[in-house]
Design a protein around this ligand. Sequence first.
Ligand code: UT7
Length: 335
Amino acid sequence: MGTDIKAAVLGAGMYVPPKVVTNDDLAKLMTTSDEWIVARTGIKTRHYVEGETGAADLAYEASVEACRNAGIEPGDLDCIVFSTLSPDYNFPGSGVLLQARLGAPGVPAIDIRNQCSGFIYGLSTADAFIRAGQYRRVLVVGSEVHSTGLDFSDRGRDVAVLFGDGAGAVVLGPIAADEGRGVLATRLHSDGGGAKDLWVEAPASRYNPRLTHEMLDAGKHYPAMNGKKVFVNAVRAMPTVVGECLAGAGLKIGDIDLFIPHQANLRICTAVQEHLGLSDTKVFNNIQKYGNTTAASIPIAVCEAQREGRLKRGDLLCIASFGSGYTWAAALIRW
Ligand code: UT7
């Protein structure tokens, strides 16, 4: 693998559907309150799709913006990496739907199924492709439509209040390593021992038939979560994987200019920030507006941080995630 090449972020884009849903709106559907949701999660609003809108549709908008900001046409892409836990259909993956809409003829579309860590898994994949010289313009997109798959009754209120719809994308391309920019390190982990702590059980290929009326009545097609276990593991794993990444790049915590944690819960983000000893000026959160958008949360936050002048050329950006799987990951990028 060529060591003289790094993968730089050439442009970023994001998209959230226009419909805004407040905590008070959710309180009309289930027993919850603005006070509970804000105190436990930090979330004030989230965006939901309307009509028949899939993850690939949101991804398309974010990808077009990312290409524009990278100064390329979608037709210039030579690889698409699409991360989502809410694909438009069971198969084929959303990557090919995005490929067709973008008009990037014949380019490969890879689907990544690593939930909250999906974006960093995708970034790491794209980084390896670019450093190997296999592809030159790789789109990495995270996109989720949660709102059509949530249980808006009291049974599902712990999960339903958390999630929102949205998409974020970056275009990566090769840059000479001596320019100092680009992806400096990535670290990926999984532990399937926690698979059932945050999952959607059905439809499932291990059941025959895959979906029954009984499963529907029991709500097996909705996400189910052991929130406390996920919370504790997230707070433990994210600082550790950030440390691994820093060590891999020969850097230290004080070198980080901006830290963007996966936006799962503001309390998780704050606890991770405290573990890392980072000041508020070095951390970017926007879960208050969007809720948890899973694979999209990090690229949406990256995009907004850049727009707001919080992320500038030459800054050392650190991103980290933990979620369903379990999967967890981190990356360091010289912007
Ligand atoms: O994207 C990565 C994956 N996801 C996460 O990282 C999420 C991790 N977990 C969490 O964010 C938190 O565990 C939650 C926000 C989901 C829950 O917060 P918590 O502080 O762990 O609350 P809890 O589950 O211990 O529930 C406390 C109480 C319970 O009532 P009782 O048993 O004390 O009477 C729940 O039934 O709050 C109740 N509750 C609610 N009340 C009002 C649960 N959900 C709601 C709700 N509104 N939406």
